[in-house]
Ligand binder design. Structure first.
Ligand SMILES: *[C@@H]1O[C@H](CO)[C@@H](O)[C@H](O)[C@H]1NC(C)=O
Ligand SMILES: *[C@@H]1O[C@H](CO)[C@@H](O)[C@H](O)[C@H]1NC(C)=O
Ligand SMILES: *[C@@H]1O[C@H](CO)[C@@H](O)[C@H](O)[C@H]1NC(C)=O
Ligand SMILES: *[C@@H]1O[C@H](CO)[C@@H](O)[C@H](O)[C@H]1NC(C)=O
Ligand SMILES: *[C@@H]1O[C@H](CO)[C@@H](O)[C@H](O)[C@H]1NC(C)=O
Ligand SMILES: *[C@@H]1O[C@H](CO)[C@@H](O)[C@H](O)[C@H]1NC(C)=O
Ligand SMILES: *[C@@H]1O[C@H](CO)[C@@H](O)[C@H](O)[C@H]1NC(C)=O
Length: 413
């Protein structure tokens, strides 16, 4: 069975992985490229009004001391920036309050990075920065969820116009006329080409994946992008035969004779390697690419199809999360691929960064729709993969805005 909106997650194995140097390396190098004070920048600063000057100095300070992606959730009662009444584009599947979620404590937390405060999303400023630009989200329905959060945050300033979508609603374009700003979402399960095996007329759920062949459905629509946010992951937890150069090189969850077992994180890493290389080699495919790292599902007492739930009402603290599981391996594989492409990208004037939301979201078992997602056709199935709107997923855009501001103001000369 293939449910329409939930992407099933079968976490069959939880291999342990030593918490490695690699991660530390990844996290510390993320910020080390930022060199603000060239003489040119200084001239620029002097020309600007006090507001920008304050921002530039403040942001520079922040980045020296701050790791945006490590921190904790702390209580915050300032309220959400939008509600299901003010944002007209919340899809029913994420409108948890409309579909019976009564507890509200999950909205009263903010992400506090170690060493600094994260700025709240500022819709006005964001739209100024992206004037005339195109932002493209690439990925599965969780990428869509990210975009939906951004639409809601921006709805404080303007409700986007829904420009077009294809019959299956896999590719969709939104437009902000006052700022000539376009958002596109390009749907893909795996980023690379993968075909489901069909046996005797029925889908088997087993895939053949070509790790070195990019899926053209999304690449065709990428030219014209200025900013790209790419993500993937949930579909990799299944049986997948892996090919390179047309030859089988291994398999995920197969235990087949004379085919080597490959961890899903290795397959995921290679799919990202192929994708990031494609973006790097493509001239019209964006100057800034962010890889939004994997976020876990939080099914408890069962999986998506055996009655699993996610009805907690407060976050986990950092001692309650498991940094030894496959979710964490996914994130490490993703950070590695960003680091690999980064240097090559610089030579071409392209920037690659991680939007590393994994740890923050591991701590938010309380942020999913659970049974509150208009699941009239799928009663009994909880959604513990996607995120309520408003909700903790909104922090992805606080973080995105911070990275974007850094990029934007450091490129003004
Ligand atoms: C929340 O409100 C308090 C008090 O008004 C303020 O000090 C704090 O900075 C606010 N937090 C955020 C994230 O805006
Ligand atoms: C918003 O949520 C409330 C419950 O808090 C619900 O009664 C209402 O129908 C929802 N409104 C919309 C437009 O979804
Ligand atoms: C919108 O932005 C695009 C890309 O920068 C540009 O080509 C186009 O002329 C702009 N349109 C308007 C109406 O400003
Ligand atoms: C293939 O499907 C047909 C019709 O549904 C069925 O009769 C037959 O047993 C199936 N064959 C196998 C090998 O499963
Ligand atoms: C690519 O797009 C076509 C046309 O919409 C669709 O039939 C096909 O299933 C898509 N391929 C993948 C892998 O999603
Ligand atoms: C398994 O190994 C045998 C002997 O080396 C070889 O003939 C066969 O093609 C292999 N099967 C697969 C599926 O690779
Ligand atoms: C929460 O989910 C658990 C199963 O994980 C269930 O036993 C319990 O009744 C649920 N609690 C509420 C308040 O729905």
């Amino acid at each position: 069975m293939n449910p329409p909106t939930i992407e099933p997650v079968h976490c069959k194995k939880k291999e342990r992985l030593g918490f490695s140097l690699l991660l530390l390396l990844g996290l510390t190098t993320i910020f080390s490229f930022f060199i603000l004070y060239t003489p040119n920048h200084f001239k620029f600063i002097l020309k600007q009004d006090l507001h920008w000057r304050k921002f530039l100095f403040k942001s520079n300070h922040d980045y020296e001391t701050c790791d945006l992606f490590n921190g904790q959730w702390i209580p915050d009662h300032n309220g959400t920036l939008y509600t299901n009444g003010s944002c007209l584009t919340i899809p029913d599947s994420k409108n948890c309050q409309k579909y019976g979620r009564k507890d509200v404590d999950y909205l009263n937390w903010r992400w506090k990075p170690d060493g600094c405060d994260l700025r709240r999303f500022d819709a006005k400023n964001f739209l100024q920065i992206v004037r005339g630009k195109t932002l493209v989200f690439i990925g599965d329905s969780v990428a869509r969820n990210h975009m939906e959060s951004l639409l809601c945050l921006l709805s404080q300033e303007q409700t986007a116009i829904d420009m077009n979508k294809d019959a299956n609603d896999r590719f969709r374009t939104w437009y902000f006329p006052t700022h000539n700003f376009t958002i596109k979402v390009l749907w893909t399960k795996f980023l690379v080409i993968a075909e489901e095996r069909v046996f005797n007329g029925t889908n088997t759920g087993v895939y053949d994946m070509h790790l070195d062949r990019i899926e053209k459905n999304w690449t065709q629509k990428l030219p014209g992008a200025d900013y790209v946010i790419i993500s993937s992951g949930h579909w990799f937890f299944r049986q997948i035969y892996l090919y390179e150069n047309g030859n089988v090189i291994g398999c995920v969850y197969c235990d087949a004779k004379n085919i080597s077992n490959v961890k899903p994180s290795v397959a995921l890493g290679k799919a990202f390697q192929t994708s990031l290389k494609y973006i790097n080699d493509c001239k019209e495919c964006g100057k800034l690419t962010l890889l939004r790292t994997f976020t876990p599902a939080h099914f408890e007492k069962g999986s998506w199809n055996t009655g699993g739930r996610c009805n907690r009402t407060i976050p986990y603290n950092d001692k309650q999360i498991n940094l030894g599981g496959s979710e964490w391996e996914f994130k490490i594989a993703q950070i590695e691929e960003v680091e690999k492409v980064k240097k090559n990208g610089q030579n071409k004037g392209k920037r690659f960064e991680a939007l590393d939301v994994t740890k923050a979201m591991m701590m938010r078992p309380d942020g999913h729709p659970d049974i509150h997602w208009n699941n009239q056709w799928m009663k009994g199935y909880s959604d513990c993969v996607h995120w309520c709107l408003p909700g903790p997923i909104d922090v992805w855009n606080d973080l995105f805005m911070t990275v974007l501001r850094k990029e934007h103001y450091s490129s003004l000369t």
